[in-house]
Write a protein that binds this ligand. Structure first.
Ligand SMILES: [Zn+2]
Length: 334
């Protein structure tokens, strides 16, 4: 099959080709996004694997280096686009949440703008080069540099196209993480899709956001989980031979709440990821610079701690953690 051109990477049948998606300089600096195009000998889906939307989430970044090394184009049906590090400035400058030049969260500015700030131009480049050319997408995150996390993924139940929702649900089950957050609140506007995976989803391409890894350190178990998940999704989509596996006993989570800090100060978490908490339970407290407690954050609902900030620095309005209620049922798309 003929190869896709993703930036300077022009795929060739049966080969892995590396290149860069250029993001030109403008009012703030540009960058070059490293990408690999793996082109199978046979036709099939075009799966985009995106790591490093947040630069201090290295488990998926390291995992995609391993996927690149292990994936044999001779056995592949279709094409895998590997975005090795989407947010190069955030990675290089070691920032959490936001890009270093514009202080914007790449995963809140999609579909981006060709003449915007650095994060907006990166989003635009990924939308036009990667999302517009793929058929399916995984946006692979972890806890950010300051976040302890238990693995989970998001099923985007957008409610626009039943086929897209149903396929995304199966992709989440195929990836292999048993905790799956049902998210019905993502924007349906193609021009304000905000998130990488939602940008694919509103364009009719089933997509899943995964979260595996934590606190800026790529542990072997989390790297392996990400590698295994990517290959499981390829097998599920029929791109590789082998068994199609779905999580047998998913733990669906709905609703979920991201708690934010009421003040600037030092954060003392009182819970661990994966801990079950009752409604009203203390998640942690904030002190001033001298150690006097100035606020406490409690769980507004009973559920499981999906992530919690593990380090002290805390700004007003910043996330401190996320709690999700475990749903009794495993709902199906309607
Ligand atoms: Zn992230």
């Amino acid at each position: 099959m003929s190869g896709l051109a993703i930036g300077s990477a022009v795929g060739r049948s049966g080969e892995k080709v590396a290149g860069f998606i250029p993001v030109p300089d403008a009012a703030d600096p540009g960058c070059a996004i490293p990408v690999t195009v793996v082109t199978g000998a046979k036709d099939g889906p075009v799966l985009a694997l995106v790591a490093g939307t947040h630069g201090s989430e290295p488990s998926p970044i390291v995992a995609l280096q391993r996927v690149r090394a292990e994936l044999d184009p001779g056995e592949l049906a279709g094409t895998v686009i590997i975005v090795q590090i989407a947010n190069v400035p955030s990675f290089q400058q070691r920032t959490i949440y936001r890009g270093p030049w514009d202080q914007k969260n790449l995963n809140r500015v999609y579909p981006g703008k060709p003449d915007g700030t650095t994060s907006e131009r990166i989003a635009h480049a990924i939308t036009t080069q990667v999302i517009d050319q793929c058929t399916h997408l995984l946006d692979m995150h972890s806890g950010d540099g300051n976040e302890a996390l238990r693995p989970y993924s998001y099923w985007n139940h957008l409610g626009v196209d039943e086929r897209v929702d149903a396929t995304a649900r199966e992709m989440a089950l195929a990836f292999g993480i048993d905790h799956i957050v049902i998210d019905r609140g993502r924007p349906r506007d193609r021009n304000a899709s905000l998130y990488c995976s939602n940008t694919a989803h509103v364009r009719g391409k089933p997509a899943v956001t995964t979260e595996a890894g934590a606190v800026g350190v790529p542990t072997e178990d989390m790297v392996a989980l990400n590698v295994r998940g990517a290959f499981r999704v390829m097998r599920h989509l029929g791109m590789l031979a082998g068994p199609r596996e779905l999580v047998e006993h998913p733990c669906w989570i709905e609703p979920h709440v991201v708690l934010t800090s009421p003040a600037m100060g030092l954060w003392y978490p009182a819970v661990r990821p994966d801990q079950q908490v009752a409604q009203g339970a203390a998640l942690g407290r904030l002190t001033d610079y001298f150690g006097e407690t100035i606020a406490e954050v409690t769980a507004p609902l009973a559920g499981v701690v999906l992530y919690v900030v593990a380090s002290p620095a805390m700004g007003k309005g910043e996330p401190v953690g996320m709690v999700g209620a475990i749903s009794a049922e495993s709902p199906r798309p309607t």
